[in-house]
Design a protein around this ligand. Structure first.
Ligand SMILES: Cc1ncc(COP(=O)(O)O)c(C=O)c1O
Length: 284
């Protein structure tokens, strides 16, 4: 089997040889941000938008690290792991505040951030599987009030996704005080009265790159779309529901909390957006 090569603090090395300190603040406190960029035939899609979000997260947390070199790291990992011809893969990177003896406040003396990255192939949803649609459950929001920062502190997302797995569905939707927020690793959209609707980009959701791109696709296709707060009751009455995300692409939800969504089949607006997305990501 091929050895997986990862990137750690300037070095490319076999995954089994990559080591981080037990004092790493990513390990101790989830004091870290991460990013994931989709790649199609080895080419990262919307890379600059993802790196800009990573830079914003680092700035908000006051972790000093330069994201510019990561573009080249992604290309190198894709090449070294034979992913140049892979239909669909992901370039993942995370930056922690670094290693220092455990105390909550930032280290008094500046420490070097820990920068870790890998690339791996993803299984893309086949057209047949897409046509059957997917299931989702709703759950009460249990996260902190800065879900817009892409930190590695993902325990509520882990628990919610596990609940989805145990309910035998693919996605879970966070509901905050009756209002729809997002999925555990993707943004959620509903078609309400013919209008594509998604929660506004507040501090309570991740400002998904795929979410923003999907809104641009709506504009290009002349599909009415709006960012507005909407309730779980509106979601239950939606004609269509779909998720967007780096690994999710555009995925139709046909069952919510055990009840059919709309006709119980992927809707026409979801289909048009999924097709437009697939065209956009196709290597040209
Ligand atoms: C909580 C959450 N929401 C939304 C998304 C989708 O964001 P993007 O489209 O940038 O992948 C992600 C992606 O990982 C996520 O973790």
């Amino acid at each position: 089997m091929q050895t997986i090569i990862v990137y750690l603090n300037g070095d490319y090395l076999p995954v089994g040889e990559a080591r981080v300190s037990v004092n790493d603040r990513g390990f101790l406190f989830a004091d870290a941000v991460y990013e994931a960029i989709p790649a199609y035939m080895g080419r990262c899609f919307l890379r600059e938008r993802h790196l800009a979000r990573l830079a914003r997260g680092l700035g908000t947390l006051r972790i000093e690290a330069d994201v510019a070199p990561l573009a080249g790291v992604g290309d190198e990992l894709i090449a070294r792991n034979d992913l140049v011809a892979a239909e669909f893969s992901v370039f993942y990177m995370q930056v922690t505040r670094g290693a220092a003896p455990r105390t909550h406040a930032f280290p008094k003396e500046a420490v070097a951030p820990t920068v870790y990255a890998f690339a791996k192939e993803l299984v893309r949803t086949t057209p047949d599987r897409w046509e059957r649609g997917f299931g989702a459950i709703t759950l009460p929001e249990q996260r902190w009030a800065r879900a817009d920062i892409k930190t590695t502190g993902l325990l509520p997302n882990v628990l919610a996704q596990q609940a989805a797995v145990e309910a035998d569905v693919e996605d879970a939707i966070f509901i905050r005080e009756g209002m729809v927020q997002e999925g555990t690793h993707n943004n959620v959209f509903a078609v309400l009265g013919g209008e594509v609707t998604t929660a506004p980009a507040t501090n309570h959701i991740l400002h998904g790159v795929t979410r923003a791109f999907t809104l641009e696709l709506c504009a290009g296709l002349g599909i009415p779309a709006r960012e507005r707060a909407f309730t779980v009751d509106e979601l239950r009455d939606a004609d269509e529901i779909f998720f967007t995300g780096t690994t999710t692409e555009v995925r139709p939800t046909v069952e919510l909390d055990g009840r059919p969504v709309g006709s119980g089949r992927p809707g026409e607006i979801t289909r048009a957006l999924s097709e437009a997305y697939r065209r956009a990501v196709a290597p040209g």
